[in-house]
Design a protein around this ligand. Sequence first.
Ligand SMILES: [Zn+2]
Length: 259
Amino acid sequence: MQRLTPLFPMTDDDLLRYSRHILLPEIGIEGQEKIRAARVLVVGAGGLGSPASLYLAAAGVGCLVLADGDQVDLTNLQRQILHRHSGVGRNKVDSGHDALLDLNPHIQIMPLPQRLSGDELLAQVTAADVVLDCSDNFATRHAINRACVQARRPLVSGAGIRFDGQIAVFDSRQPQAPCYHCLFPEGEDVEEVRCATMGVFAPLTGIIGCMQAAEALKLIMNCGQTLTGRLQLLDALTMEWRSIRVPRDPACPVCGQHV
Ligand SMILES: [Zn+2]
């Protein structure tokens, strides 16, 4: 899965920029090189995609692909910290591109101003080392999951509504790991809840999005233990977490045949 490390070594500026990472024995030069060689697909440049992409860019992910078909709206700015007041009306991926490059000009940002689907989604998932689902609807979540299972790419899934957040990792490279569909079967009578109607606590998306970035970096470096097979649920009103083990469903129509 991992791309070869670029042939050119890190510059003195890079060594300074990433020095607080390199100091960590769990990361070091080797881990930072893996981050630099990685390509990450972030689907959604909203509440979750904002902190996730900002941290991935700051941490030095070599290639960030940002996909979103929406434009920046005034109602987004309460939580979508990638965007600025001056960016209202712009494509979110263009606003995001400028903000991320301003933070770290030594990485590549690929803005895709569209809702990814079909062959294009599969191609982008296949080209990525890790995929972040920062979308806001079940149809997209299931499409991303199917592509990740098919291409065998790890998926970091996050969601936040009202004061309730959740995050899980679905890593179909591991034979016993569940996929998103094992946990939330498609077609079940699940009510779609949207921020536009239900509301969302601003820092909740920040908390979950930052965790998505952390899990993505750990997957890239193969460092520590990821949330594979675990669903973390946050109630931000009490700031209490619950951790639920998620088994693989042997009858899952998406990942069942991939064992
Ligand atoms: Zn499954």
